[in-house]
Design a protein around this ligand. Structure first.
Ligand code: FES
Length: 163
């Protein structure tokens, strides 16, 4: 679990050097599972559980689409912009019949990354309500603890069978 700077609710993730070296750092931050990506010269932080069905975004591939870095969920290949949390997809322009990238709007919660004195922190953004929030409700946690985790469901593998 990330430690917290109580003054302004910054959650410590690690040194810049370590976070860059790992490329992806997943931590429990304020009760949420958050992944920090260190890509090129920037850091991005977002809820790790995909808004679609809770897939582990920390295991997704990175793609650059229209100059935006995106994560591709490993479960059903939904694509999410790292900077904004927008879900994006390829649609067809009815006029030209050509494919173009379209947005579904913000679906995944992104958080602020703060870099200070060689260390990386996350400040949670909890404004509004987003699709991915359902994975952090009491009902969901209770369901997962009592009914799914006990049944040995492996979150990293969507093909795992419940025994
Ligand atoms: S769980 Fe991420 S695309 Fe379905």
């Amino acid at each position: 679990m990330a430690s917290t700077d109580a003054d302004d609710c910054k959650h410590y993730i690690g040194s810049v050097q370590d976070v860059r070296q790992r490329c992806r750092t997943t931590a429990e931050v304020g009760g949420r599972k958050v992944t920090v990506f260190a890509l090129k010269t920037s850091f991005y932080a977002l809820d790790d559980k995909c808004y679609h069905a809770g897939g582990p975004l920390e295991l997704g591939d990175i793609e650059e689409i229209n100059n935006d870095l995106c994560i591709v969920c490993p479960w059903h290949k939904y694509i999410i912009k790292l900077s904004s949390g927008e879900g994006v997809y390829q649609g067809i322009d009815p006029a030209t019949k050509k494919t173009e990238w379209k947005t579904k709007g913000v679906k995944q919660r992104v958080h602020e990354v703060v870099v200070e004195n060689g260390h990386v922190y996350v400040r949670l953004n909890l404004a509004g309500k987003l699709d991915c929030d359902r994975y952090y409700t009491e009902e969901y946690r209770k369901l997962m603890n009592e009914d799914v985790v006990d049944l040995k469901f492996d979150f990293s593998d969507p093909n795992t069978k419940i025994e």
